[in-house]
Design a protein around this ligand. Structure first.
Ligand SMILES: [Zn+2]
Length: 303
């Protein structure tokens, strides 16, 4: 709450809402969403990201500058499902004006078939924790078809002149995406069914698409440090299921994963958590390229 508490005091210092730009100002909760907005909006939009790529978006604390970003945006694109619960606090602020307009806040999870649906209130928790369902749905590239349709519709509803262009942009992007999906599936086909552990439960959508078997997590629960007892039971489970590697994003704590990996004699696979988090992940397709290649390098080579 520390960063939020300063928002009200510093609001007077924020830039005016009428800063001139010919592009539609869009704010995305994460860099992955920003990349998709960019693919669909192209030259029509100017996209800004709230949670930095190396931050943990599930425990991100907005700053005063984030309120300024939102106050100047024509459109806010969010992950939803409690993943960006911190955005709720900013959107709920009195005097937000245009953000009450229909379509000006778009939830990219609309229409996505969800996994691990538990139905908790995502806004009842302080941070971390998966709320309604597992929120990492964009890691299945097939879901990006629905997400880009939602984003395209949102941009077109703010500016009807943009409709034709965003639909063309989206079709061009989907053509690239489908080619890539074919290549990714081909690369990962030899490791179909491979048992792995992951630090955080980020991978169910990705794993379902590419047939990986994530059998356990270093974290006992989202954002919770593992106990010795948890790690011991994970080791037993990992030996029983012949786990071959641990999926670890570059922004997650490493020491527990390294201990488990050493005990099992298996490698860590270092994955990029978000667009722009490591070099060569400048956009969504490159992020997926990076992670698929990292997985294939270890899992295919080990067969
Ligand atoms: Zn998560």
């Amino acid at each position: 709450m520390g960063a939020l508490a300063t928002v009200g005091v510093r609001a007077a210092e924020l830039p005016p809402a009428n800063v001139c730009t010919s592009r539609m100002r869009v704010v995305a909760a994460t860099s992955d969403l920003a990349s998709l907005v960019d693919s669909v909006g192209g030259d029509l939009v100017q996209v800004r990201t709230m949670a930095p790529p190396m931050a943990d978006p599930e425990s991100f604390e907005p700053r005063a500058s984030d309120l300024a970003l939102i106050a100047n945006a024509a459109l806010v694109v969010r992950v939803g499902l409690g993943y960006d619960h911190w955005l709720e606090k900013l959107l709920d602020r009195p005097g937000r004006g245009f953000l009450s307009a229909p379509g000006s806040v778009v939830d990219a999870s609309s229409g996505i078939p969800l996994l691990e649906v538990v139905g908790r209130n995502p806004f009842a928790q302080d941070n971390h924790g998966h709320g309604i369902a597992n929120p990492h749905y964009w890691l299945d590239p097939a879901n990006v078809e629905t997400m880009t349709a939602t984003i395209a519709e949102a941009i077109a509803s703010v500016s009807s002149l943009a409709r034709e262009t965003v639909l063309e942009n989206r079709q061009r992007f989907l053509k690239q995406l489908r080619l890539k999906m074919h290549a990714w599936a081909h690369l990962l086909a030899p490791c179909r069914g491979a048992a792995v552990l992951a630090y955080h439960n980020s991978w169910p959508y990705f794993a379902r698409r590419f047939r990986l078997n994530v059998v356990g997590f270093i974290e006992p629960r989202e954002g919770v440090t593992p106990s010795v007892a948890h790690l011991a039971s994970l080791l037993t489970q990992a030996r029983r299921t012949e786990v071959r590697a641990i999926l670890q994003t570059t922004n997650e704590p490493k020491q527990f994963s390294e201990t488990v990996a050493a005990r099992l004699g298996i490698p860590l696979i270092h994955l990029a958590p978000a667009v722009g988090s490591v070099p060569e992940t400048e956009d969504y397709l490159r992020l997926m390229d990076y992670n698929v290649s990292a997985l294939a390098r270890v899992l295919v080579a080990k067969r």
